[in-house]
Design a protein around this ligand. Structure first.
Ligand code: KIV
Length: 271
């Protein structure tokens, strides 16, 4: 039973309604069952099983290493931990570039694992694929700005939409994504003016990460906002905890207690 999750779970309609009524949407990544259980008890609106799990959970350098199998396994774990949350799962690298059958197989795998929607980066050759996925009854969230699956083409993790041409492309792409049927869009690492302009331009909710305060919602990587890696501090990140130090301190104390034989005490053993 969820403790404080008294409101109904979000869905594509309630998220749209939040935009219409000016209520912000909170979204956070999650990759496993134990943290999903905690999020299930929180008021957070939706969970993203992001392909960032390739980096955060598996230690790869970029999200291009995420596979359908990895995404499916993590989505299933999150769905078991957070049955009351709206779960969006990332379509991994190249799944929308190798034909509709490959895309649909990935969609089926993620949805059957417990996702309520899929997220797709880009708005070029992805558009017809997005249309077909939406027509098949699956909600699609778009993703523009810094699209990490294309970092090699973008020249690294850099702010997008800094010049007129790329600003226009992002705005036009957002309109195309909406026309293709996307119910919402993630906007990553763009100037806050573009976040504002795009949010006014489309009816679908915009969810920003490093896109300023004017988008309809915000998303952060759970591990980043919890402060698991003190060395990672991009400008847009606000840390809400210092989990790195909490874990380090717990491990030091546990190790000391074991080595000085103060753990376990007799009270912590079976008679
Ligand atoms: O994979 C991910 O975590 C994401 C967020 C950064 C939006 O796509």
């Amino acid at each position: 039973m969820s403790k404080c999750n008294s409101s109904r779970p979000a869905n594509v309609l309630s998220l749209k309604q939040k935009k219409q009524t000016g209520n912000r949407i909170s979204m956070v990544t999650c990759y496993d069952a134990w943290s999903a259980k905690i999020l299930n008890e929180s008021p957070v609106d939706c969970i993203l099983v992001g392909d960032s799990l390739a980096v955060v959970m598996h230690g790869f350098e970029s999200t291009v290493h995420a596979t359908v199998e990895m995404m499916t396994l993590h989505t299933a774990a999150v769905a078991r931990g957070a049955p009351d949350k709206f779960i969006v799962a990332d379509m991994p690298f190249l799944t929308c570039s190798r034909g509709i059958d490959v895309a649909m197989d990935a969609v089926r795998s993620l949805m059957q694992a417990g996702a309520n929607a899929v997220k797709i980066e880009g708005a070029d050759h992805q558009l017809p694929v997005i249309k077909q996925i939406v027509e098949a009854g699956v909600p699609v969230m778009g993703h523009l700005g810094l699209t990490p699956q294309s970092i090699h083409n973008l020249g690294g993790h850099r702010v997008q939409g800094r010049d007129e041409a790329s600003t226009q492309k992002i705005l036009e792409d957002a309109v195309k994504l909406e026309e293709a049927g996307c119910f919402a869009i993630v906007l990553e690492c763009v100037p806050n003016k573009l976040g504002d302009c795009l949010t006014r331009r489309v009816q679908m909710p915009t969810i920003g990460i490093g896109a300023g305060p004017y988008t309809d919602g915000q998303v952060l990587v759970l591990h980043d906002l919890l402060g698991t890696d003190p060395g990672f501090s991009p400008k847009f990140l606000r840390r809400y905890a210092n989990v790195h130090d909490v874990i380090s301190h717990a491990m030091d104390t546990y190790h000391n207690d074991v080595t000085d034989q103060s753990f376990p005490s007799l009270e912590e053993t079976y008679g």
